[in-house]
Design a protein. Structure first.
Length: 477
């Protein structure tokens, strides 16, 4: 009972620090939104018109695996529509920019006849169809960090250069992460450092091959959230969380949660961020048995989730002060609709989400549906087999904490798909790509079954020389 009270107290500490981080960071981030919303829209609108003239924007909502314009033009044009319509005050647009719903006429998804979002944007900027302000709705659901960043970028650069810049930065980030991880593995002095470096290298390879970065990184909505994930994995590589004080660990993961929420457009940053936290802590499961890696990982995840929730609560409080209490009802209705659907979508269940993910597997396999489907299926089988083995050996003692952490890494994404079934079905073309989390976790689960010979052989190979001295076990701090 005393140990349970200690663990609960530790989680409460992580939650408290995560909540404080959400308040401290969200307020200045909203301030950045206001500064971005205050930028003159003339140049931004000119860049949008130029993009249509140069066919950097087309009417098709979804361009499957298009590496030049990006796969997800619907969200890009939605963000651009929010940017160019500056008829409401800057403070209102900073919190909830005006939105004009459209399902589009793209051929890759079932659509209604309302016209594509990019076509609506085109008609708006050329004056063909400019709805009254009261006919559009403030978009209360998000913190709109992606819109603020896009506004700053497009006030300086044309859209095609912004997309190339985003894609170039993402390429440098993920390749740099992989190279740094291999370098640290080659010079590792302890088993934990080596395994942590190899884990991060696995994450880098997984993101390069199965996250569709080549056609999602040019997107105004996907790039900011994706690059935050890469930044977190860089922290996992560079810092040994096992030596950190609890408050420092909580502050970092609370900040990670706030930044993820700031750029979240329900594109998967939250579940994949949670998955990478557990994967990032998995190497710590190889420490001395007296070190509780699972406890620290759960605390970090608590701080992350608290940071996400706190950021949204802070934003909602400010939005209520500006727009009134009806915002809360609208936000909660929209959130509930993303789970099991409503009268307009019909009931949606987890098995519907599973089918949708299978259909969207081409975004996991870099455009090769068979590869994506096989990777998702294999990772699911490894996950289920691992659960079976844990259950089968339950009487012989608690499983290795590394195994539990990797299971949680995969489970974070599986639960998101199941809980947000309607969202997964409607947006399967980018919800499938977060399946990279279970793919990475399952690969590490499989490797863990024989990690000792694997570590030894990889260390020798990376040294490019004679066998290195025996790795020293990390001592608990």
């Amino acid at each position: 009972m005393r140990e349970l009270s200690r663990q609960v107290g530790r989680l409460c500490l992580f939650a408290l620090i995560g909540a404080l981080a959400s308040i401290v960071l969200t307020l200045p981030l909203i301030g950045l939104n206001i500064l971005s919303a205050s930028i003159d829209r003339t140049q931004i609108t000119a860049h949008v018109e130029e993009a249509f003239a140069e066919e950097d924007l087309v009417f098709e909502n979804f361009l499957r695996t298009n590496t030049h314009l990006g796969s997800h033009q619907f969200n890009d044009c939605l963000i651009l529509m929010q940017l160019v319509d500056d008829r409401s005050p800057a403070v209102q647009r900073a919190l909830s920019p005006l939105s004009w719903s459209a399902q589009g006429t793209g051929s890759n998804l079932p659509q209604n006849a309302s016209g594509s979002m990019c076509e609506k944007l085109h008609d708006f900027v050329d004056g063909t169809n400019v709805p009254a302000v009261e006919d559009k709705e403030p978009y209360h659901r998000y913190l709109h960090g992606h819109t603020a960043l896009a506004g700053v970028a497009l006030s300086i650069l044309p859209l095609n250069l912004v997309r190339h810049l985003f894609s170039f930065v993402m390429c440098i980030a993920v390749v740099g992460l992989l190279v740094a991880a291999i370098h640290r593995a080659a010079s590792a002095a302890t088993q934990q450092t080596l395994v942590r470096s190899l884990d991060v290298a696995t994450v880098g390879i997984g993101l390069m091959l199965f996250f569709g970065l080549q056609y999602f990184s040019p997107s105004l909505s996907h790039f900011p959230s994706d690059v935050i994930l890469i930044g977190y994995m860089a922290c996992v590589l560079l810092f040994d969380f096992s030596t950190w004080k609890l408050w420092r660990l909580a502050a970092l993961h609370g900040a990670f949660g706030v930044l993820t929420a700031y750029f979240e457009f329900l594109t998967g940053g939250i579940p994949l961020g949670l998955s990478l936290i557990f994967i990032g802590f998995a190497a710590h499961g190889l420490r001395d048995p007296s070190y509780d890696a699972l406890s620290r990982a759960l605390g970090a995840a608590t701080a992350f989730v608290t940071g996400v929730v706190g950021a949204f609560v802070t934003k909602l409080a400010m939005t209520v002060a500006v727009f009134g209490p009806a915002v809360i009802t609208e936000f909660l209705y929209g959130l509930a609709r993303r789970t099991v659907g409503d009268e307009s979508t019909g009931s949606v269940y987890p098995w519907d989400a599973a089918r949708a993910i299978a259909i969207g597997a081409y975004d996991v396999g870099s455009g090769w549906w068979a590869l994506g489907f096989l990777m998702l299926a294999a990772s699911s089988l490894i996950f289920v087999y691992t659960l079976f083995r844990v259950w089968q050996t339950r009487k012989s003692g608690a499983p290795d904490s590394r195994i539990i952490l990797l299971i949680l890494g995969a489970l974070s994404v599986y639960l998101w798909w199941a809980v947000f079934s309607q969202h997964t079905v409607q947006h399967f073309f980018f919800m499938a790509r977060i399946g990279v989390g279970p793919i990475i976790a399952s690969a590490l689960l499989a490797a863990t079954m024989f990690h000792k010979p694997l570590v030894a052989s990889l260390r020798h190979a990376l040294r490019f020389g004679p066998p290195a001295p025996k790795l020293q076990e990390e001592q608990p701090s």
